[in-house]
Design a binder for this molecule. Sequence first.
Ligand code: COA
Length: 312
Amino acid sequence: MPRDIVGTASRRALTEIFRKQILIVSIVIEPSAIEIRAIDRIEELRNVEALQKDVWGCADLDVVPLTLLLASHEVGGVLIGAYDESQLIGFVYGFPGYEQGRVTHHSHMLAVKPGYRNHNVGYKLKLAQRAAVRAQGINRITWTFDPLQSLNAHFNFAKLGVVADAYKINFYGEATSSFLHQFGTDRLWVTWNIASRRVRERLTAKTGIPVPDLKQTPCLVDIDADQAPRKNESNLFGGRPYLSIAIPADINSLQNRQPHLASSWREATRWAFTKTMALGYVVEDFYRLAGNGQTVGVYLLTYRKHTHDSAP
Ligand SMILES: CC(C)(COP(=O)(O)OP(=O)(O)OC[C@H]1O[C@@H](n2cnc3c(N)ncnc32)[C@H](O)[C@@H]1OP(=O)(O)O)[C@@H](O)C(=O)NCCC(=O)NCCS
């Protein structure tokens, strides 16, 4: 059973610690003790509202309220929680939609309480969401995420097997009340083809995905020794089958220490993603690499005609 050894530290203090990216919380977790199940009782829905505030630190106005959770549930919305005994420590929420002429499920939120992260709780919530959506006869789940967040990129591409072919500039406006939305809200629009071979293979892989040799892959945005982005505009031309875009390992701490650098990363990656997608590239994978004394994340983009995943 998970046991918070911080003991009496208040929830507010924990949120503040997380925000500063100096997470010193140590929690003993037995992942098997976490129960994943549908949330449908009104009292439990109140906890979903509260957890949104914990995870995103957002104002009341930015919280998806109980009334909307309930209404969307009646028309196919899926809301699944992760419980440590009776305590809600994570959830995933989405609703049916219609995109490019097809029925889809749009996953609006996925959250795991800070002290419970990196124990596959988020992964198990997505697996449960996939099963629930497939049971409705839908084979496609979409969502958005900030492409500068290395954790989310690894989670979405490497663990789940999404692909992305659209980039939305300031999707939620220039900022929201969340501390995660303070340097623009650009988003990659990802598609999880939940019945495809690519996704089945990703989910059943015993070890992580192999990292290809990226030395021959032209890089559009690279990282230099002092963590600044370096654009290589000439690599956009020449009809290359593959391109790459690097990001820092931890944009949140960079944002805290050197906000101007975080903004430079936003500008450089926005340029790279919008240009490549306009040319017909899709983002197919993401790798965490170590080199030159630092860790970086690297997106691999493939020219569309080479894409092996066009499955529904
Ligand atoms: C995204 C989130 C739900 C993931 O939950 P989780 O329970 O920690 O997820 P998992 O444990 O299944 O997977 C996390 C993975 O990220 C990896 N990771 C952690 N820090 C990382 C970093 N800086 N860069 C890259 N990967 C990182 C972990 O190693 C793990 O991968 P692995 O299993 O291959 O080792 C959680 O971090 C969260 O609530 N974040 C804030 C809200 C959010 O961003 N929601 C999603 C967008 S709406």
